[in-house]
Design a protein around this ligand. Structure first.
Ligand code: C2E
Ligand code: MG
Ligand code: MG
Ligand code: MG
Length: 291
């Protein structure tokens, strides 16, 4: 096998490339099996509201329970998409997260907390997505207003017009919309008023420096102010320390997410008993794809 390099010379297929392909093919087969055997899990990471001292939402993050350990989303999410498993996995994520939030709400004191879901490029290009998601909410008896759909600019850019249609329909059905990872990629400000977003998530690459000696907060603050003018809620992602958190708070940030506030984990106690000791590991996280 040969492949054409950029300058149009033929390069030989090196043994190292062969290894990469081999590994990929194996991983693909394992991924299909994972779907069939229910090896996916969701972990939930809190987005804290410093203004009300409550959990604004929990973001559901996909995990793959493999024999050799737990794999985080960043290591396999692209493969899910490339293997055409996006829709199946995506709808499982939706249903599992809805059930989990219901179990958290069952306490009766936490009705304001939402669940935030990531959707991929293929999902946001799927014209049937809004209807499919609304149906799941209906079946699980959860108001779509409790679901935030997170989409990245990169995903929406694949086909901006189609993404607009899907986002508008999701909005019409009552879902909240978030623009994720803002600050990576183009960071086009026009997205913010062209699309019906409710929440903007500022990527950790823009919050990392805040509170550091000599670190700049100009970009983060600029985006915060503009978003506020446009009526959006802003989440600062990647909060890894107290100094950073305090600095962001002083700059006017209210919604914050990161390892310092809470790592993604399989379960959380209902927010009204948030001060209680260690959460149990039972509940929604144990559900499988066939559930
Ligand atoms: P994201 O939506 O921006 O999620 C944040 C990622 O950063 C997560 O990685 C999370 O574990 C990690 N993170 C959270 N707080 C901190 C922090 O303080 N410091 C650092 N360094 N990292 C932090 P994860 O779980 O590996 O997910 C990676 C990406 O995979 C996500 O980025 C999201 O785009 C995608 N993803 C995750 N779950 C799903 C899913 O169910 N469906 C789809 N389509 N994509 C998903
Ligand atoms: Mg996200
Ligand atoms: Mg993000
Ligand atoms: Mg990110």
């Amino acid at each position: 096998i040969a492949k054409r390099s950029k300058d149009r010379h033929i390069v030989l297929f090196e043994p190292s490339m062969h290894k990469v392909v081999e590994r990929r093919v194996a991983l693909e087969a394992e991924l299909r099996q994972a779907v069939a055997q229910g090896e996916f899990r969701l972990h939930y990471q809190p987005i804290q509201d410093a203004g009300t001292d409550s959990v604004f939402a929990y973001e559901a993050l996909l995990r793959w329970q493999r024999p050799d350990g737990l794999m985080t989303a960043k290591h396999f999410i692209d493969l899910v998409e490339e293997t055409g498993l996006t829709n199946e996995v995506g709808l499982w994520v939706m249903r599992t997260a809805c059930r989990w939030l219901k179990s958290i709400h069952a306490d009766g004191h936490a009705g304001a907390t939402k669940v935030s879901l990531n959707v991929s490029a293929a999902q946001i290009m799927n014209i049937n997505l809004p209807e499919q998601m609304a149906r799941i909410c209906q079946e699980e008896d959860l108001d779509p207003a409790h679901c935030i759909i997170e989409v990245t600019e990169q995903s929406a850019m694949v086909d901006p017009e189609r993404a607009a249609l899907v986002l508008q329909e999701l909005k019409r059905l009552g879902f909240s919309l978030a623009l994720d990872d803002f600050g990576t990629g183009h960071s086009s400000l026009s997205w913010l008023h062209q699309y019906p977003f409710d929440v903007l998530k500022i990527d950790r690459s823009l919050t990392a420096e805040v509170g550091q000696p000599g670190g700049s907060s100009k970009m983060a603050v600029g985006i915060l102010y503009l978003s506020q003018l446009l009526g959006l809620r802003v989440v600062a992602e990647g909060i890894e320390g107290q100094t950073q958190m305090d600095a962001l708070h002083r700059l006017g940030f209210r919604l914050m997410q990161g390892y310092h506030i809470g790592r993604p984990q399989p379960d959380w106690p209902a927010p009204s008993i948030m001060t209680a000791p260690a959460p149990s590991l039972s509940g929604g996280a144990g559900q499988t794809l066939s559930a």
